[in-house]
Design a binder for this molecule. Structure first.
Ligand code: COI
Length: 360
């Protein structure tokens, strides 16, 4: 893609929030990246522009038929003062997989990554450096054509916004309690569960509310057909350590192929810790618990990083995992992952991508 990225300066910069109270996804930086698509020009008019509200026609197709996809990535202030990202090419690839499934035109992955790096560089002073913080990057695409017939839109907008953030769940490594959902389902094979489309999250809200009203932080989804096999949690993939072996649901077409999920598997293989992608029934998890073999459960995701699970409730059967304490392996994976992401430890996998040299 032979495009330049225009820069539109803003007059007054915002005040930056205190790092200690960032939370997740509450603050947004001064600039955003925008690019438009129409059938004649393809993706065009790439620009870094002041972060501000956008105007859309009430008949814009996204409001009616939901062609909307997104990604989640992070930029970190590394120990040596540089800014780095974590496996960003995997997010670019997954964005295109989402485009494909939702009939949205493909993007040039290399170009978008260059644009994201340029945006992050523009906003380098917004990259927080306190423990547990990062600059969360949210690329997203939606249909904009004003039209009410059901078919793929002929016009789209791609935006990238940045949000300096802390932990997704209040306190990063505090174990969370998870509700195993039996009434509602997240995705079916052949559907859109394996891509990152906004509707997947809309469809999860009812169950999420139910879980929260019962005192649980998130939902563990079961397969839609038999209501038997574990799929994923609301905002992350899931891992079980049973009798020394780590198990995670095998990608089957309805589970999101998480970048952190993949990294955890690679890391465990590198450490020679037994790890297996498998079809795991919830019954099997509970039996392992009864035998005293369910050693640890943790979630893994970009926003959540590694999130220990301290309790599960399936059909009224509440169990406590590892005394509601952070498991040794969960802690080790978290420490290693963060150390690699922050450039505090060697990166034998070449996962990190440096994007700028800045003052420490
Ligand atoms: C991420 O981990 O980046 C996600 O997209 C999960 C999100 C819904 C908070």
């Amino acid at each position: 893609m032979n495009q330049t990225i225009a820069f539109i300066q803003r007059e007054i910069l915002k005040e930056k929030p205190e790092q200690a109270s960032l939370g997740f996804g509450k603050y947004f930086t001064d600039y955003m990246f925008v690019m438009d698509y129409d059938v004649e020009k393809g993706w065009h008019d790439a620009r870094i522009t002041p972060y501000e509200p956008i105007t859309l026609d009430p008949s814009a197709m996204v409001f009616h038929y939901g062609q909307a996809i997104f990604e989640g990535m992070k930029a970190y202030k590394a120990a040596d003062g540089t800014i780095q990202m974590f496996r960003p090419e995997k997010n670019m690839k997954r964005l295109n997989d989402s485009c494909d499934r939702l009939c949205i035109p493909q993007i040039d992955e290399e170009f978008l990554l260059t644009a994201i790096k340029q945006l992050v560089l523009t906003e380098k002073d917004w990259v927080p450096n306190e423990e547990g913080t990062s600059l969360y990057i949210r690329p997203f695409i939606f249909s904009t054509e004003p039209y009410l017939g059901v078919r793929p839109s002929h016009q789209y907008k791609l935006l990238v916004i940045l949000s300096p953030s802390g932990a997704y769940y209040g306190d990063q490594l505090s174990p969370v309690k998870i509700y195993v959902e039996e009434q509602y389902v997240r995705a079916v094979i052949g559907g859109v569960g394996h891509v990152k489309t906004a509707g997947n999250y809309a469809a999860s809200l009812k169950a999420q509310e139910k879980a929260e009203s019962n005192g649980y932080a998130q939902i563990l989804w079961l397969d839609a057909k038999e209501n038997k096999y574990v799929e994923e949690v609301g905002s992350m993939n899931i891992f079980f350590k049973i009798n020394g072996e780590v198990l995670t649901p095998k990608l089957n077409g309805s589970i999101l192929p998480g970048v952190t999920r993949d990294s955890v598997i690679e890391l465990l293989k590198y450490w020679n810790v037994p790890v297996r992608e498998a079809r795991i029934s919830i019954e099997e998890v509970y039996s392992a618990h009864e035998r005293g073999e369910l050693e640890e459960v943790f979630g893994a995701g970009t926003a959540a990083v590694i999130s220990p699970v301290g309790g599960l409730n399936w059909n009224g059967r509440a169990i406590t995992i590892n005394d509601n304490q952070i498991g040794k392996l969960s802690q080790r994976i978290y420490d290693e992952m963060i150390a690699i992401q922050l450039g505090k430890k060697a990166d034998p996998f070449n996962w990190t991508v440096k994007i700028a040299q800045v003052e420490v």
